[in-house]
Design a binder for this molecule. Sequence first.
Ligand SMILES: Cc1ncc(COP(=O)(O)O)c(C=O)c1O
Length: 295
Amino acid sequence: MTNIFTVLLNPGDEVIIPAPYWLSYPEIVKLADGVPVILKMTEKENYKLSAEALEKAITEKTKAVVINTPNNPTGILYTEEELRAIADVVVKHDIYVVADEMYEYLVYDGEKHVSIASFNKEIYDRTITCSGLAKGYAMTGWRIGYTGSSAEIAKMMGSVQSHQTSNPNSVAQKAAVEALTGPQDSVPMMREEFDKRRKYIYDRVSGLPHVKAVEPKGAFYLFVDAGDVVGKVHKGEVVDSIPKMADILINEYGVAVVPCGDFGFDTHIRLSYAISLEQIEKGIDRIEEFLKTLE
Ligand SMILES: Cc1ncc(COP(=O)(O)O)c(C=O)c1O
């Protein structure tokens, strides 16, 4: 991402980022002297950017739009139809798409991950696709990501990276080659395991008071609207914000949730199901205990 935006942006160039978003996009855009233009999506839109909303937000300064599917933090997927409509707008206005497909291997319910670059030459030429091994191969921390773009952009990204970090370390590179060329059975095995946890966590949270979740179809997160908790009283103390709720949960109940203010949604929390089913069960039991004390 840093390579992409460093190469793509001139000072003042705008990048359209639908919210909720992975929290680093706006910061990386700013580091590259660009201007993040945040479009806040609603539950009714399934938290997805539509072609119409994109077109309305495009200005003379727009350089790119970020599309992240499957999405962090919502777990939502864009359909082929939605992506085709977005692609048409991108081509019409001659901007770029930064397609973050980090969770491409983690898609459930027989749904299909679709790459926006796959439709035609026009959109292919304007897309920088990025992915990595952190999620599909459970290699978070190994720092191996990759991009697909025009040769021109790729060459410039290579130059930027050669001066910033030189290269990912050779041990991680060897491990990545092994992951990509070795037996692939661990990927569907992991996906099946995630799927069980996904169904469990979504069902459990759907039955809790004061909160509401969207059913995730990809990635390993549950995006939970906890806006109704704000203003309620917990053991004599007002829960005056979502970060306050998260503080109570970690300090008094020993369960970690991510407040989504940094993801562009200060009414929501994100739960991760990249832990064992037993741990998830314990965590949700504790969240339930907290929610039931609220007055
Ligand atoms: C949507 C998305 N893109 C990119 C990344 C970056 O992954 P990493 O830096 O671990 O390769 C993450 C990590 O959480 C992510 O959620």
